[in-house]
Ligand binder design. Structure first.
Ligand code: SF4
Length: 351
Protein backbone atom coordinates (compact mmCIF):
# COMPACT_ATOMS: atom_id res chain seq x y z
CA UNK A 1 0.00 0.00 0.00
CA UNK A 2 1.32 3.49 -0.75
CA UNK A 3 2.63 5.12 2.40
CA UNK A 4 0.24 8.03 2.34
CA UNK A 5 -2.95 6.06 1.97
CA UNK A 6 -1.84 3.70 4.69
CA UNK A 7 -1.13 6.56 7.09
CA UNK A 8 -4.25 8.32 5.93
CA UNK A 9 -6.42 5.31 6.62
CA UNK A 10 -4.86 4.67 10.02
CA UNK A 11 -5.32 8.28 11.09
CA UNK A 12 -8.79 8.47 9.63
CA UNK A 13 -9.85 5.55 11.77
CA UNK A 14 -8.39 7.29 14.81
CA UNK A 15 -10.33 10.47 14.16
CA UNK A 16 -13.48 8.45 13.79
CA UNK A 17 -13.08 6.82 17.17
CA UNK A 18 -14.68 9.95 18.57
CA UNK A 19 -11.74 12.30 18.89
CA UNK A 20 -12.69 14.58 16.03
CA UNK A 21 -15.75 16.69 15.43
CA UNK A 22 -18.20 15.11 13.01
CA UNK A 23 -17.60 16.26 9.45
CA UNK A 24 -20.30 18.05 7.50
CA UNK A 25 -21.17 14.89 5.68
CA UNK A 26 -17.78 13.39 5.15
CA UNK A 27 -18.10 9.98 6.70
CA UNK A 28 -16.61 7.25 4.56
CA UNK A 29 -18.76 4.23 3.88
CA UNK A 30 -17.53 0.70 4.33
CA UNK A 31 -17.11 0.51 0.57
CA UNK A 32 -14.98 3.63 0.36
CA UNK A 33 -12.88 2.58 3.31
CA UNK A 34 -12.26 -0.68 1.50
CA UNK A 35 -11.32 1.22 -1.64
CA UNK A 36 -8.70 3.15 0.31
CA UNK A 37 -7.14 -0.04 1.58
CA UNK A 38 -6.77 -1.99 -1.63
CA UNK A 39 -3.79 -4.26 -2.14
CA UNK A 40 -0.30 -2.78 -2.09
CA UNK A 41 0.64 -1.07 -5.33
CA UNK A 42 3.88 -2.28 -6.93
CA UNK A 43 6.95 -0.10 -6.37
CA UNK A 44 8.37 1.85 -9.29
CA UNK A 45 10.69 -0.20 -11.45
CA UNK A 46 14.11 1.47 -10.96
CA UNK A 47 14.96 1.02 -14.66
CA UNK A 48 12.15 3.40 -15.62
CA UNK A 49 12.45 7.17 -16.15
CA UNK A 50 16.25 7.07 -16.49
CA UNK A 51 16.76 8.41 -19.98
CA UNK A 52 14.85 11.42 -21.37
CA UNK A 53 15.12 9.99 -24.88
CA UNK A 54 14.07 6.35 -24.44
CA UNK A 55 12.07 4.23 -22.01
CA UNK A 56 13.36 1.21 -20.10
CA UNK A 57 12.09 -0.95 -22.98
CA UNK A 58 14.13 1.08 -25.47
CA UNK A 59 11.14 2.80 -27.08
CA UNK A 60 11.19 6.51 -27.95
CA UNK A 61 9.92 8.53 -25.03
CA UNK A 62 7.02 10.90 -25.64
CA UNK A 63 7.72 14.61 -25.63
CA UNK A 64 5.40 17.59 -25.47
CA UNK A 65 6.04 20.78 -27.42
CA UNK A 66 4.86 24.15 -26.16
CA UNK A 67 2.04 25.17 -28.48
CA UNK A 68 1.27 28.49 -26.82
CA UNK A 69 2.02 29.93 -23.41
CA UNK A 70 -1.61 30.23 -22.36
CA UNK A 71 -0.81 30.12 -18.65
CA UNK A 72 2.26 31.33 -16.81
CA UNK A 73 2.56 30.16 -13.21
CA UNK A 74 4.66 31.76 -10.52
CA UNK A 75 5.67 29.75 -7.50
CA UNK A 76 5.77 32.52 -4.92
CA UNK A 77 7.82 30.37 -2.50
CA UNK A 78 7.42 27.00 -0.81
CA UNK A 79 6.83 28.28 2.72
CA UNK A 80 3.34 27.48 3.93
CA UNK A 81 1.42 28.03 7.16
CA UNK A 82 0.62 24.31 7.36
CA UNK A 83 2.38 21.04 6.49
CA UNK A 84 0.12 18.64 4.61
CA UNK A 85 0.57 14.90 4.90
CA UNK A 86 1.16 14.45 1.17
CA UNK A 87 1.97 17.82 -0.36
CA UNK A 88 3.40 17.15 -3.83
CA UNK A 89 5.81 20.06 -3.40
CA UNK A 90 6.51 19.37 0.31
CA UNK A 91 5.54 22.88 1.37
CA UNK A 92 5.68 23.57 5.09
CA UNK A 93 6.48 26.33 7.59
CA UNK A 94 10.16 25.31 7.19
CA UNK A 95 10.59 24.42 3.51
CA UNK A 96 12.13 27.41 1.77
CA UNK A 97 13.76 25.47 -1.07
CA UNK A 98 11.88 27.81 -3.36
CA UNK A 99 12.40 31.36 -2.13
CA UNK A 100 9.93 34.20 -2.20
CA UNK A 101 9.67 35.82 -5.61
CA UNK A 102 9.50 39.59 -5.58
CA UNK A 103 6.95 41.75 -7.38
CA UNK A 104 9.79 43.16 -9.47
CA UNK A 105 10.84 39.66 -10.59
CA UNK A 106 7.27 38.80 -11.55
CA UNK A 107 7.01 42.12 -13.38
CA UNK A 108 10.13 41.26 -15.39
CA UNK A 109 8.48 38.09 -16.72
CA UNK A 110 5.26 39.95 -17.50
CA UNK A 111 7.37 42.43 -19.47
CA UNK A 112 8.82 39.50 -21.42
CA UNK A 113 5.36 38.06 -22.12
CA UNK A 114 4.30 41.42 -23.53
CA UNK A 115 7.53 42.07 -25.41
CA UNK A 116 7.44 38.64 -27.12
CA UNK A 117 3.65 38.83 -27.64
CA UNK A 118 3.22 35.34 -26.28
CA UNK A 119 -0.58 35.59 -26.14
CA UNK A 120 -0.69 34.58 -22.50
CA UNK A 121 -4.19 34.66 -21.02
CA UNK A 122 -3.81 33.55 -17.42
CA UNK A 123 -1.24 34.21 -14.71
CA UNK A 124 -1.33 31.69 -11.84
CA UNK A 125 0.17 31.93 -8.38
CA UNK A 126 0.95 28.86 -6.33
CA UNK A 127 3.21 28.04 -3.38
CA UNK A 128 3.53 27.16 -0.58
CA UNK A 129 0.77 29.43 0.49
CA UNK A 130 0.99 32.40 -1.90
CA UNK A 131 -0.44 34.83 0.66
CA UNK A 132 2.65 34.20 2.85
CA UNK A 133 4.54 36.27 0.28
CA UNK A 134 3.96 39.90 1.24
CA UNK A 135 4.36 40.99 -2.39
CA UNK A 136 1.35 38.97 -3.58
CA UNK A 137 -1.15 41.87 -3.63
CA UNK A 138 1.32 43.99 -5.63
CA UNK A 139 1.93 41.09 -8.03
CA UNK A 140 -1.82 40.61 -8.53
CA UNK A 141 -2.34 44.30 -9.08
CA UNK A 142 0.40 44.35 -11.73
CA UNK A 143 -1.00 41.26 -13.49
CA UNK A 144 -4.58 42.52 -13.54
CA UNK A 145 -3.65 46.07 -14.55
CA UNK A 146 -1.88 44.64 -17.57
CA UNK A 147 -5.11 42.92 -18.61
CA UNK A 148 -4.31 39.29 -17.76
CA UNK A 149 -6.61 37.01 -15.79
CA UNK A 150 -5.22 35.83 -12.46
CA UNK A 151 -5.72 32.77 -10.29
CA UNK A 152 -4.33 32.18 -6.80
CA UNK A 153 -4.19 28.72 -5.25
CA UNK A 154 -4.73 29.18 -1.53
CA UNK A 155 -5.84 27.35 1.58
CA UNK A 156 -7.92 30.47 2.48
CA UNK A 157 -6.61 30.34 6.04
CA UNK A 158 -5.02 33.14 8.09
CA UNK A 159 -2.41 34.31 5.55
CA UNK A 160 -5.20 35.02 3.06
CA UNK A 161 -7.51 36.43 5.68
CA UNK A 162 -4.79 38.90 6.76
CA UNK A 163 -5.00 40.33 3.23
CA UNK A 164 -8.75 40.91 3.18
CA UNK A 165 -8.51 44.66 2.59
CA UNK A 166 -6.10 44.26 -0.32
CA UNK A 167 -8.29 41.51 -1.79
CA UNK A 168 -11.41 43.63 -1.53
CA UNK A 169 -9.61 46.42 -3.40
CA UNK A 170 -8.59 44.02 -6.18
CA UNK A 171 -12.11 42.59 -6.33
CA UNK A 172 -13.60 46.09 -6.66
CA UNK A 173 -11.21 46.99 -9.48
CA UNK A 174 -11.00 43.75 -11.43
CA UNK A 175 -14.02 41.61 -10.45
CA UNK A 176 -14.21 38.21 -12.15
CA UNK A 177 -10.74 38.46 -13.69
CA UNK A 178 -9.39 37.34 -10.32
CA UNK A 179 -10.09 33.75 -9.22
CA UNK A 180 -9.23 32.27 -5.84
CA UNK A 181 -8.95 28.49 -5.96
CA UNK A 182 -9.28 27.09 -2.47
CA UNK A 183 -7.83 23.70 -1.55
CA UNK A 184 -10.35 21.53 0.25
CA UNK A 185 -9.17 17.96 0.28
CA UNK A 186 -12.58 16.44 0.97
CA UNK A 187 -16.17 17.49 1.54
CA UNK A 188 -15.85 16.49 5.17
CA UNK A 189 -13.71 17.81 8.00
CA UNK A 190 -12.27 14.47 9.11
CA UNK A 191 -10.58 13.48 5.84
CA UNK A 192 -9.48 17.06 5.13
CA UNK A 193 -7.83 17.32 8.55
CA UNK A 194 -6.02 14.00 8.24
CA UNK A 195 -4.27 15.49 5.22
CA UNK A 196 -3.95 19.11 6.40
CA UNK A 197 -3.74 18.78 10.16
CA UNK A 198 -6.01 19.36 13.15
CA UNK A 199 -8.11 22.53 13.17
CA UNK A 200 -7.44 23.21 9.48
CA UNK A 201 -11.04 22.71 8.32
CA UNK A 202 -12.92 25.54 10.05
CA UNK A 203 -10.52 28.36 9.00
CA UNK A 204 -10.60 27.23 5.38
CA UNK A 205 -14.40 27.02 5.33
CA UNK A 206 -14.54 30.46 6.99
CA UNK A 207 -12.23 31.80 4.27
CA UNK A 208 -14.41 30.23 1.58
CA UNK A 209 -17.54 31.77 3.10
CA UNK A 210 -15.89 35.20 3.21
CA UNK A 211 -14.78 34.98 -0.41
CA UNK A 212 -18.23 33.88 -1.55
CA UNK A 213 -20.03 36.48 0.53
CA UNK A 214 -17.88 39.22 -0.98
CA UNK A 215 -18.49 38.25 -4.58
CA UNK A 216 -15.12 36.74 -5.45
CA UNK A 217 -14.89 34.21 -8.23
CA UNK A 218 -14.10 31.07 -6.24
CA UNK A 219 -13.09 27.61 -7.34
CA UNK A 220 -12.25 24.60 -5.20
CA UNK A 221 -9.48 22.06 -5.70
CA UNK A 222 -9.86 18.63 -4.14
CA UNK A 223 -8.37 15.17 -4.44
CA UNK A 224 -9.27 11.50 -4.74
CA UNK A 225 -7.74 11.04 -1.30
CA UNK A 226 -10.58 9.05 0.23
CA UNK A 227 -10.86 6.43 -2.51
CA UNK A 228 -14.43 7.52 -3.30
CA UNK A 229 -15.46 7.81 -6.93
CA UNK A 230 -16.00 11.12 -8.71
CA UNK A 231 -19.79 11.08 -8.49
CA UNK A 232 -19.69 10.47 -4.74
CA UNK A 233 -17.18 13.26 -4.22
CA UNK A 234 -19.11 15.74 -6.36
CA UNK A 235 -22.33 14.81 -4.56
CA UNK A 236 -20.67 15.39 -1.20
CA UNK A 237 -19.31 18.76 -2.29
CA UNK A 238 -22.71 19.79 -3.65
CA UNK A 239 -24.19 19.19 -0.19
CA UNK A 240 -21.33 21.03 1.49
CA UNK A 241 -21.59 24.05 -0.82
CA UNK A 242 -25.35 24.22 -0.20
CA UNK A 243 -24.88 23.93 3.57
CA UNK A 244 -22.34 26.73 3.77
CA UNK A 245 -23.97 28.92 1.11
CA UNK A 246 -21.24 28.91 -1.52
CA UNK A 247 -22.40 29.27 -5.13
CA UNK A 248 -20.04 26.77 -6.73
CA UNK A 249 -21.38 24.25 -9.24
CA UNK A 250 -20.03 20.95 -7.92
CA UNK A 251 -20.60 19.23 -11.27
CA UNK A 252 -18.37 21.71 -13.11
CA UNK A 253 -14.87 20.18 -13.49
CA UNK A 254 -13.27 23.63 -13.59
CA UNK A 255 -15.13 25.11 -10.63
CA UNK A 256 -14.45 21.92 -8.65
CA UNK A 257 -11.24 20.26 -9.80
CA UNK A 258 -10.52 16.83 -8.32
CA UNK A 259 -6.89 15.82 -8.70
CA UNK A 260 -5.60 12.28 -8.86
CA UNK A 261 -3.26 11.26 -6.06
CA UNK A 262 0.43 11.44 -6.86
CA UNK A 263 2.98 9.03 -5.49
CA UNK A 264 6.22 8.96 -7.47
CA UNK A 265 7.28 5.69 -5.81
CA UNK A 266 4.40 3.65 -7.25
CA UNK A 267 4.97 1.85 -10.55
CA UNK A 268 3.44 3.45 -13.63
CA UNK A 269 3.89 2.81 -17.36
CA UNK A 270 6.30 5.05 -19.21
CA UNK A 271 4.76 7.14 -21.98
CA UNK A 272 6.13 6.41 -25.44
CA UNK A 273 5.44 8.24 -28.68
CA UNK A 274 3.08 5.38 -29.59
CA UNK A 275 0.96 5.99 -26.48
CA UNK A 276 -0.77 9.04 -27.93
CA UNK A 277 -2.40 6.94 -30.64
CA UNK A 278 -3.11 4.01 -28.31
CA UNK A 279 -4.73 6.27 -25.71
CA UNK A 280 -6.45 8.50 -28.27
CA UNK A 281 -4.90 11.51 -26.58
CA UNK A 282 -3.13 14.53 -28.02
CA UNK A 283 0.13 15.84 -26.58
CA UNK A 284 -1.47 19.27 -26.88
CA UNK A 285 -3.86 18.32 -24.06
CA UNK A 286 -1.05 17.99 -21.51
CA UNK A 287 -0.31 20.92 -19.21
CA UNK A 288 3.24 21.55 -20.42
CA UNK A 289 1.89 22.17 -23.95
CA UNK A 290 0.38 25.43 -22.78
CA UNK A 291 2.09 26.48 -19.56
CA UNK A 292 5.35 27.07 -17.74
CA UNK A 293 6.21 28.02 -14.15
CA UNK A 294 8.72 30.50 -12.75
CA UNK A 295 10.55 29.50 -9.55
CA UNK A 296 13.38 30.97 -7.56
CA UNK A 297 15.59 28.38 -5.95
CA UNK A 298 16.89 29.32 -2.54
CA UNK A 299 20.32 30.89 -2.98
CA UNK A 300 19.91 31.40 -6.73
CA UNK A 301 20.74 34.82 -8.09
CA UNK A 302 17.68 34.88 -10.33
CA UNK A 303 14.49 32.93 -11.04
CA UNK A 304 14.25 30.05 -13.53
CA UNK A 305 11.50 28.81 -15.80
CA UNK A 306 10.52 25.16 -15.29
CA UNK A 307 8.37 22.90 -17.44
CA UNK A 308 5.38 22.70 -15.14
CA UNK A 309 3.97 23.17 -11.68
CA UNK A 310 4.53 19.53 -10.73
CA UNK A 311 8.31 19.35 -11.10
CA UNK A 312 9.74 22.45 -9.43
CA UNK A 313 12.96 21.05 -7.98
CA UNK A 314 14.51 18.68 -10.53
CA UNK A 315 17.01 20.49 -12.74
CA UNK A 316 16.08 18.21 -15.67
CA UNK A 317 12.97 20.35 -16.07
CA UNK A 318 14.79 23.66 -15.55
CA UNK A 319 14.54 25.46 -18.89
CA UNK A 320 16.66 28.47 -18.03
CA UNK A 321 16.07 32.03 -16.90
CA UNK A 322 13.87 33.34 -19.73
CA UNK A 323 10.54 32.47 -21.30
CA UNK A 324 12.11 32.74 -24.73
CA UNK A 325 14.55 29.99 -23.79
CA UNK A 326 11.84 27.81 -22.24
CA UNK A 327 9.81 27.15 -25.36
CA UNK A 328 11.39 23.80 -26.26
CA UNK A 329 9.77 20.36 -26.07
CA UNK A 330 9.63 18.58 -22.70
CA UNK A 331 10.47 14.88 -22.29
CA UNK A 332 7.85 12.98 -20.24
CA UNK A 333 10.50 11.47 -18.04
CA UNK A 334 8.86 11.51 -14.62
CA UNK A 335 6.20 9.24 -13.04
CA UNK A 336 3.97 12.31 -12.61
CA UNK A 337 3.95 12.73 -16.40
CA UNK A 338 2.28 9.35 -16.71
CA UNK A 339 0.19 9.10 -13.57
CA UNK A 340 -1.00 12.68 -13.22
CA UNK A 341 -1.00 14.13 -16.73
CA UNK A 342 -1.36 11.45 -19.39
CA UNK A 343 -3.18 8.65 -17.58
CA UNK A 344 -4.81 10.70 -14.79
CA UNK A 345 -5.87 13.46 -17.17
CA UNK A 346 -5.26 16.29 -14.73
CA UNK A 347 -4.25 19.86 -15.41
CA UNK A 348 -3.49 22.67 -13.02
CA UNK A 349 -4.15 25.44 -15.45
CA UNK A 350 -7.85 25.31 -16.17
CA UNK A 351 -8.62 28.69 -14.75
S1 SF4 B 1 4.38 16.31 -15.13
FE1 SF4 B 1 2.87 16.73 -16.75
S2 SF4 B 1 3.04 18.91 -17.21
FE2 SF4 B 1 4.90 18.28 -16.07
S3 SF4 B 1 6.43 17.75 -17.64
FE3 SF4 B 1 5.37 15.86 -17.11
S4 SF4 B 1 3.65 15.72 -18.60
FE4 SF4 B 1 4.41 17.84 -18.65
Amino acid sequence: MPRVKSRYHRQWRKTNDGRAAAPYSGEMTTATTAAATTAAAPRLDPRKFRDPRVTAAGEPRATVALTTLDTLWFNTGTLCNIACENCYIESSPRNDRLAYLSAAEVGGYLDEVERLRLGTRLIGFTGGEPFMNRDLPAMLSDVLERGFEAIVLTNAMKPMQHKKQALLGLQARFGERLTLRVSLDHYGAAVHEVERGPRSWAPTVAGLRWLAANGFRVHVASRYLSGEDEATLRGGFARLFAEVGIAIEAGDPVALTIFPEMDATVDVPEITTACWGILGKSPDSVMCATSRMVVKRNGAAAPSVVACTLLPYDTLWDLGPTLAGAAGAVALNHPHCAKFCVLGGAACSRG
